[in-house]
Design a protein around this ligand. Structure first.
Ligand code: AGP
Length: 615
């Protein structure tokens, strides 16, 4: 996923430069940050400045130079070609009279490039995007909109693009197929972005392009000129941006990840709010028009990627044990590649995603749709492709998550899965017993339990930091805590670049224990009220017997485990199904503090992007 930004307006000089670097491009940098660039009208020419590295490197490359408007800019997550200056966007036509920034993947770029080279076009990058600049340049003949439309008619794949023209220095042309593009309506100025948070500080009104729409962004127009790819005019729908300015700021935190970890008591309360009735039942308005499909389901598939996949693994256990339905969590990155998966009759699927745009998850959903399997969504970002593609769903309501490493979205996804599993139990007419009431009341108490853990974060920091020198970790969990062990390992890998492996507590002795030695710490999740507590203690002793340091996440007051391990982080006691919501918090903080101590950029870890919109 990449970040696109553009501007037309009266700003100049340092104000314009700061607008570009600190606001418009800086706020979409979470989408990818391998390289950055800007193209702007500079008198009679189109000037381009690009730099490998983060947006601040672009600022350095611009130096004291004046930039002009309109400008289009880009921060890249590399797909085709290494993250260097030559492959940075904007990419330009041979004559340099057309500049393009692009988010997405052009599937037929090689064929297009060969054809263009046969027509003597000279390429200077390894990107798929460059073919667009040459194509548009070739078609340009008096009408920029037509040139873009003609070029896009040859393109297969996805795009969100902004195009700048040397000979039309008062406009930007934008187009979209599969990668979001918004047009911000400011006071005497216009903005373009792949995510409205780019310009949210300057306006709360925008127009969101739909797939296969093209628009001319130009000051002084009565209204925007938007057409579909077949030249049919499209009515302009101005929308309110739901984001608040506070949501896109760090507040009194020095990182988004730190802010979002600490937001979890509130984000969880938001997730649960209004969804548990006074008489102790679950109410999910987004599902009420689909009760038959939900009731008829005899088998549940959950599919997602990364952290969301680990949440779906928790869901597999909840649907089986709470809803009484056979269930299977399938990694979307694997399901997307399966040619002929087989599912039983009356299968119903759930797709989980924070961003709502993950390509692997969308591809997995396409396979399920081709098999006529109804798919429901559990997403955090509103109105994105996954949410729009599912029959219905339940939004996480965790609020904007900017840190690339997902934290509050994970706990909100798990909280939604708690609600949905109980809701399905209700629908299927299974006994609503004291256990269900305890489950619901326990769930309502989770936000404050999480707050208690976060209030102790300095204790966790004190335990975590000495382990920053380790180069390998195991994270071990059993049952519903096995996915949490996987998630804890991913968090540490993502933000600290330290190798970590999540593994089944019980499975560890079947080989992986060979790696244990004093330099190789293991984090174990060992709740006192887990029916496998004794087995877990045995597994801990097997590690200690081989000299492996052990850090336990354990139940408050459990002195037995404390005597066995090197360090222990206590958490309040909760029932089995709710454990993932509580045990993941220390793991998020553990990863966060080690990464900070190692001097990592926890909000934008190397090689990553907030959402992976390529296959
Ligand atoms: C999580 O910390 C990672 N950033 C990554 O694994 C992420 O969970 C995955 O790419 C899925 O993203 P999604 O939830 O937006 O679909």
């Amino acid at each position: 996923m990449c970040g696109i930004a553009g501007y037309i307006g009266p700003r100049t000089g340092k104000d314009l430069r700061d607008l570009l670097i600190d606001e418009l491009l800086g706020r979409v940098e979470y989408r990818g940050y391998d390289s950055a660039g800007v193209a702007f009208v500079d008198g009679a020419n189109l000037s381009v400045v690009r730099a490998a590295g983060k947006v601040k490197e672009l600022g350095g490359a611009i130096g004291d130079r004046e930039i002009g408007t309109p400008f289009i800019a880009h921060t890249r997550w590399a797909t085709h070609g290494p993250a260097n200056e030559a492959n940075a966007h904007p990419q330009t036509s041979c004559r340099g009279h057309v500049a393009v920034v692009h988010n997405g993947v052009i599937d037929n770029w090689k064929a297009l490039r060969k054809a263009l080279e046969r027509r003597n076009h000279v390429f200077r990058s390894e990107t798929d995007t460059e073919v667009l600049a040459h194509l548009i340049g070739e078609y340009l003949n008096g009408d920029p909109l037509e040139a873009v439309r003609s070029a896009l008619s040859e393109v297969e794949g996805t795009f969100g693009i902004a195009v700048l023209f040397q000979d039309y220095p008062d406009l930007i042309v934008v187009a979209r197929r599969g990668s979001s593009i918004s047009i911000g309506l400011g006071d005497g100025e216009l903005f373009v972005a792949s995510d409205p948070r780019s310009f949210r500080s300057f306006t709360d009104r925008h127009v969101v392009l739909e797939d296969d729409q093209i628009a001319v962004v130009k000051l002084g127009q009565e209204e925007l000129l938007i057409q579909d790819i077949d030249q049919v005019p499209v009515s302009v729908k101005v929308e309110q941006i739901e984001l608040t300015v506070d949501e896109i700021e760090k507040g009194n935190h020095d990182t988004y990840m730190g802010k979002e970890i600490c937001q979890q008591p509130d984000s969880l309360a938001q997730t649960l709010g209004g969804r548990i009735t006074a008489d102790g039942r679950v109410k999910l308005g987004g599902l009420e028009d689909h009760l038959d499909a939900l009731r008829l389901a005899q088998y549940i598939i959950l599919t997602a990627a990364g952290t969301s996949f680990y949440a779906s693994m928790v869901g597999e256990i909840l649907f089986q044990e709470v809803s009484g339905l056979p269930a299977r969590a399938m990694n979307a990155s694997e399901l997307a590649g399966q040619k002929h998966p087989v599912f039983p009759e009356q299968t119903l699927a759930w797709a989980l995603s924070q961003s709502g745009v993950t390509t692997d998850t969308l591809c997995a959903m396409k396979i399920l749709a081709e098999m006529q399997i109804p798919t429901f969504g559990i997403c955090n970002a509103v109105g994105q492709d996954i949410a729009r593609t599912t029959q219905a769903g339940v939004y996480c309501r965790a609020g904007v998550e900017t840190g690339v490493a997902s934290t509050k979205a994970f706990t909100s996804q798990v909280a939604v899965l708690q609600l949905v599993s109980l809701y399905l139990r209700q629908l299927r007419g299974l006994p609503w017993d004291e256990g269900c009431q305890r489950h619901l009341s326990g769930l309502q108490a989770v936000p404050e339990i999480v707050r208690r853990i976060i209030d102790q974060r300095e204790v966790i920091q004190h335990i975590a930091e000495p382990y920053r020198f380790a180069t390998d970790f195991y994270f071990l969990g059993r049952g519903i805590l096995y996915p949490v062990a996987m998630e804890g390992a991913l968090k540490l890998k993502e933000v600290s670049y330290v190798h970590a492996e999540g593994y089944s507590m019980a499975g560890m002795k079947h080989g992986p224990i060979a790696l244990i030695e004093p330099r190789f710490p293991t984090i174990v999740l060992v709740p006192k009220n887990d029916e496998n507590y004794a087995h877990n203690l045995t597994n801990v002793q097997e590690i200690r017997a081989r000299g492996g340091p052990v850090i336990a996440i354990a139940t408050e007051g459990d002195e037995e485990i404390a005597d066995l391990v090197d360090d222990v982080i206590f958490v309040p006691k909760v029932m089995y199904y709710l454990m993932p919501l509580v045990y993941v918090i220390p793991l998020q903080l553990f990863a966060y503090y080690i990464a900070k101590k190692l001097g990592r950029n926890v909000d934008q870890p190397r090689h990553l992007a907030k959402a992976v919109t390529v296959g």
